[in-house]
Design a protein around this ligand. Sequence first.
Ligand code: DX5
Ligand code: ZN
Length: 231
Amino acid sequence: MADYRIAPSILAANFARLGEEVDNVIASGADIVHFDVMDNHYVPNLTLGPLVCDALRSHGVSAPIDVHLMVKPVDRIIPDFAKAGASYITFHPEASDHVDRSLGLIRECGCKSGLVFNPATPLSYLDYVTDKVDMILLMSVNPGFGGQSFIAATLDKLREAKKIIDRSGYDIRLEVDGGVKVDNIAEIAAAGADTFVSGSGIFAYGDEADPNRYDSIVAKMRDELAQANSI
Ligand code: DX5
Ligand code: ZN
């Protein structure tokens, strides 16, 4: 069984009850907290900063926090997120003037590092840095907003990225972000992804008054992944 990880994107959670939302979704069996950082500059939206990451840790969240930086520049904010308890820090190569340096800085700060590829960004940014990358994140929507539809061309790109990882011999996770739902997660896994970000696919599910509402949606995703694994 592949080591699949489900990473709910808290962008779609109820921000007024964020600690509780994260507790509930992790209790439902999700693995990683996906934390979208937008700056109204690199992307046209504004979301969460290190203070919120730190607040989740103080609240008692112990699951890995996967900080997806959609900010430009990236280096200044990396140590702040490391101090705030980030586990992974990923960034878009177009947003850094020195990709190798930014990757090195993330590891120096004690976090796992990753590069994020927009739908039109070529994987060639990986050519000389696979030794410095713990995670490759393929965007299956254009970054900035939740609730968009999965771009089908990502499936071929996942297959390509998986080959690059296998050829490199390094232990690199392959994450996908945008439009991931119960009904397409198996196909996405079959294309090579092992880490699945889902925002509206999880947080928009069920009745808000029910604290256990994420149990069934996360279980359904796991069932789909188990089937993908047997293909
Ligand atoms: C988009 C963000 C995603 C977003 C995904 O820029 O990086 O993480 O929350 O949301 P859904 O799963 O609703 O497409
Ligand atoms: Zn994201």
